[in-house]
Every structure is written in C-alpha cells, then in structure tokens.
Ligand binder design. Structure first.
Ligand SMILES: [Zn+2]
Length: 118
C-alpha cells in the first residue's frame, strides 16, 4: 500500500474513533479507616474488589472508584484511546520511514527496525 493511502486510512480511523479516555481500568481491594473492621484483621478481609480508573494527570497518579456500570461504559473509551495512540505512532512511523527512504537508505545487512504494524 502506498504511504499516502495508509496515511489517509489512519486519519479516517482516527476521525471515526469518538471519545477517548486515557488511563486504565483495574480491580482494586481496599482497607477502610474503621478500627476493628475485618479489613484490618489478621489475615485481612479487604473491601471490594472495586473497579477503579487510574491515570496520570500532570505527572500525578489519579485514582477514581467507579460503579460497575461506569466501568463498563468507560472500557470502550479506554480501548479507543489505546487505538488512537497506536495510530498516532504509525502515522509518525510512516513519515520517519519516508524520510529514511529518501535521505538515508538503510545499509544492506544492517539491523532494520520493522515499523509497520498489521
Ligand atoms: Zn474495612
């Protein structure tokens, strides 16, 4: 496929992505503040697990506990964000490849990094 065609395809896919949410969903079990609660017993019986959304905000880890419904609603948005990042990387790689092909051909027998992703 020609680079321009692939580039157009990537941009069309990005356009169709819809809302994206960074971070990840994880199941976490927690301890509460109440003394004498079973979560402080030995062995502890923790609360949860709860669905939690974790992401970085200005270099700070942010954690938010979600209801099951919220987690299910946000899961596809997080998947869309993953895909968006993949597509951006591929878009960048296309240009890098193009530039390398024009100006600095990879020496024969040299170690090549495979840039395309299927
Ligand atoms: Zn507790």
């Amino acid at each position: 496929m020609r680079t321009d065609d692939r580039r157009r395809q990537i941009l069309a896919e990005i356009k169709a992505l819809g809302p994206v949410l960074p971070g990840s969903l994880v199941e976490r079990s927690t301890r509460c503040q109440r003394t004498g609660c079973h979560c402080h017993a030995n062995p502890p019986q923790l609360h949860g697990p709860y669905a939690t959304w974790m992401h970085q905000e200005r270099g700070r880890q942010v954690t938010k506990t979600l209801t099951h419904e919220q987690a299910e609603r946000l899961r596809p948005l997080i998947a869309a964000d993953r895909r968006l990042r993949e597509l951006i990387r591929e878009l960048e790689d296309l240009t890098v490849k193009e530039l390398n092909a024009k100006d600095e051909p990879v020496p024969k027998g040299g170690k090549k990094t495979r840039l395309t992703r299927e």
